[in-house]
Design a protein around this ligand. Structure first.
Ligand code: SF4
Length: 290
């Protein structure tokens, strides 16, 4: 099996320092929406300047380099045990090179491990065996501020007038955006999962954030709700970093999971403007990045 430590180190560098083109385009479109001289426009100008500088200097886009979450889709024959070791080694090296800030803190003692390696869940690694001969590794760096404003709802919720349907999903999702205000470092992206159990629902609400910002949901009802939630969130007046303005979210992505008849969970993962996600593909020993 090919040693992927070096290619994964490059994946981490790319993800931490070079915002994906679709996200940058979303931020540049948002800038055009905001009035000159207003704080919202100033915030976006600062964000975009920072994005350019990070790319130029190979330095982190944000001082919070987030929780590293890896999604490994591997063909038959690869060892997940060895890939886990290589990912951990690459994460420790990336921390040493300052592509990542040391972020793994023991929850009881408060001691920082210093190299981003914690228990078996830090970094987070999801493995899935797939058909074919191509290995794909997606990396998402999920900031702490936006993670703090994620939310989960159990429907029905009478306070929010939310029944067990898409109208109810709309109500609770807008509640999450309203409560987040600028604390999730708006303009954000909403990852929403409908159904599952509490755990699988939150996992799915993050995984759906791997979609491209400008794609469409193959389910027409969910696609309409994605458009509606983006528009309605942007009418709340929260704006970039909470300074007011027209852009509170850049996009919304929704997925659904089967659930027990007794439960109807809606999980909202809020991703900040520093929407760092990149993909590495290995095929015939050749590595490419997107
Ligand atoms: S939420 Fe995102 S933009 Fe805000 S500090 Fe954390 S990583 Fe940075």
């Amino acid at each position: 099996m090919q040693d992927l430590t070096e290619p994964i180190l490059e994946l981490i560098r790319l993800t931490a320092t070079n915002l994906p083109p679709d996200v940058e385009e979303g931020l540049r479109d948002a800038l055009q929406q905001e009035e000159p001289g207003f704080a919202a426009r100033g915030a976006l100008e600062t964000i975009l300047k920072n994005v350019d500088m990070a790319r130029e200097n190979s330095t982190p886009i944000c001082q919070d380099t987030g929780t590293p979450i890896f999604y490994v889709n591997y063909p038959e024959g690869w060892s997940t045990r060895r890939m886990r070791e290589q990912i951990k080694s690459a994460v420790a090296q990336a921390t040493d090179k300052s592509y990542l800030r040391p972020n793994a803190v023991d929850s009881i003692s408060g001691v920082n491990s210093g190299d981003n390696i914690g228990d078996e869940h830090f970094p987070t690694i999801h493995f899935e065996e797939i058909e074919g001969d191509e290995l794909q590794i997606d990396l998402m760096l999920k900031g702490g501020g936006c993670e703090n404003v994620g939310a989960q709802y159990s429907l029905p919720n009478s306070e929010l007038g939310a029944g067990r349907d898409l109208a109810g999903v709309r109500n609770v999702a807008l509640d999450a955006v309203q409560k987040a205000q600028g604390k999730g470092c708006a303009p954000g992206i909403l990852g929403i999962a409908i159904g599952g159990d509490r755990g699988s629902s939150f996992v799915a609400s993050k995984e759906v954030l791997l979609r491209q910002l400008d794609d469409s949901n193959p389910n027409p009802e969910m696609n309409d709700l994605e458009q509606q939630l983006t528009e309605e969130s942007n009418q709340l007046g929260i704006g970039p970093m909470g300074f007011g303005g027209k852009t509170t979210v850049l996009g919304t992505k929704i997925t659904s999971k089967h659930r027990l008849p007794a439960s109807y969970f809606v999980s909202v993962s809020y991703m900040c403007w520093a929407y760092r996600r990149r993909q590495m593909v290995v095929k015939n020993d050749q590595v490419s990045y997107q």
